[in-house]
Design a protein around this ligand. Sequence first.
Ligand code: SF4
Length: 166
Amino acid sequence: MDNMDKYFALLKEGGADLTLTIKTDTIQTAAWTIYRCKYGCNTYGKSHCCPPNCPTWNETQEMINCFQYGILFRCHEMSIVTPLAVKVARELFLDDYYKVIAFGSGPCKKCQKCNPNNCNFPDKTVPAMEACGIDVFGTVRNNGIEIHTLREKGQVQNHFGLLLVE
Ligand code: SF4
């Protein structure tokens, strides 16, 4: 893969504390992820970036199969991940990485009331990794990064974004 230092620097400037190049065969997708959205999240069906409006886990896997490499990054605040993924993907695209696609973290919060059928800002947001059926914990652990569920409020949170690029 080409040298990605420029994009690592942009991610760090935007609030990421960890950035790494990963091989796409370390990205785990799984059928069970939709169940967590459908029965565990109040934005299911209400957002353009949430299931069932975003790619299914097997559609995502087909897209992942189009790439050999990705950039995984970590932030400690959920709200900054998606805009940062979009921003850096745009920079990669303008640098001729025309295939780049981005995944953020958490439900899109850009509009007060999301339009689930027709996004108001399609060039400003992307769905989360988990919304598209990526097992984020499994993927992160496959790349040697520690991540655990949290029980206490106030514990440091870890949120991940992903860029597929080559
Ligand atoms: S930009 Fe607005 S319309 Fe589009 S997914 Fe986000 S909240 Fe929904």
